[in-house]
Design a protein around this ligand. Structure first.
Ligand code: MLT
Length: 243
């Protein structure tokens, strides 16, 4: 296995497709995706464009769909919900498909949608994703952070480091053999420094600060938990993830 980490979707090579890609948007899209699937949603379908989301979801009856729209951290007017994982209660989501568009996370998933296998990871489902990777042993694995509008995000790279660290421990390969680019070592070092203080790290992160200004402290606390849901979101068709 060769592991490559990219801090943003824009940094992924355009002429290559990996055997497996893991999209990461800790704050908050991939945390929300893992949560909604753990709570019994039928599937999650991701869109970069809000109008297209509305159009495609029209084909589903109102009791079978939920529309989630987020821009700049805030809920988009007219949508059922924004992007808070705390809104994904079983009562609300069971049996429904979540149609979701977010500023960066859904774009990252779309960027890697042609990989042979695609999954979504956050701290909350890190162990489930690593277990899948260890079983599949993809030859080329990408972990792609969502970042913020093309820029690096601390929390996504720290989560990429958490996944890489766990894979490294379990493969017992020398890091030099496992790592496909320098970002792997950097991400593992970032995670190693903050693994016991992820909530503090989020307070330093620009998007963490943005969410705090929007009164989302409870979201940050939830997203800072590691390995609390045993759920593996797997792409079944481009843009559609199920367990
Ligand atoms: C994104 O896609 O940029 C994020 O998930 C934003 C958010 O916190 O809702």
């Amino acid at each position: 296995m060769k592991l490559f980490i990219y801090h943003t979707p824009e940094l992924t090579p355009e002429d290559k497709v990996p055997d497996c890609a893991i999209a990461v948007d800790v704050l908050r899209a991939t945390t929300t995706i893992a949560t909604v699937l753990a709570a019994g949603a039928e599937a999650v379908q991701v869109f970069s464009d809000l109008d297209q989301l509305i159009q495609v979801s029209e084909a589903w009856s109102a009791d079978k769909r939920l529309r989630a729209g987020e821009r700049g951290g805030a809920k988009v007017a007219g949508f059922d919900m924004g992007n808070s994982p705390l809104d994904c209660t079983p009562e609300r989501v069971q049996g429904r498909r979540l149609f979701i568009s977010t500023t960066n996370g859904t774009r990252a998933l779309q960027r890697v949608q042609n990989a042979a296998a695609v999954t979504a990871a956050a701290f909350i489902n890190r162990a489930a994703v690593v277990k899948y990777i260890m079983a599949q042993q993809p030859e080329i694995l990408w972990i792609v952070g969502s970042g913020w509008e093309g820029s690096f995000s601390l929390e996504d790279t720290a989560c990429a480091g958490a996944i890489a660290h766990s894979i490294w421990q379990q493969t017992e390969l020398p890091l030099a053999e496992l790592a496909g680019n320098d970002e792997v070592m950097g991400a593992i070092a970032l995670y190693a420094q903050w693994q016991n203080n992820l909530l503090d790290l989020f307070h330093h992160a620009s998007h963490g600060k943005r969410l705090l200004r929007l009164d989302c402290y409870e979201d940050l606390k939830y997203c800072a938990q590691t390995d609390i849901v045993d759920v593996l979101p797997l792409q079944q068709e481009p843009g559609v993830l199920k367990v």
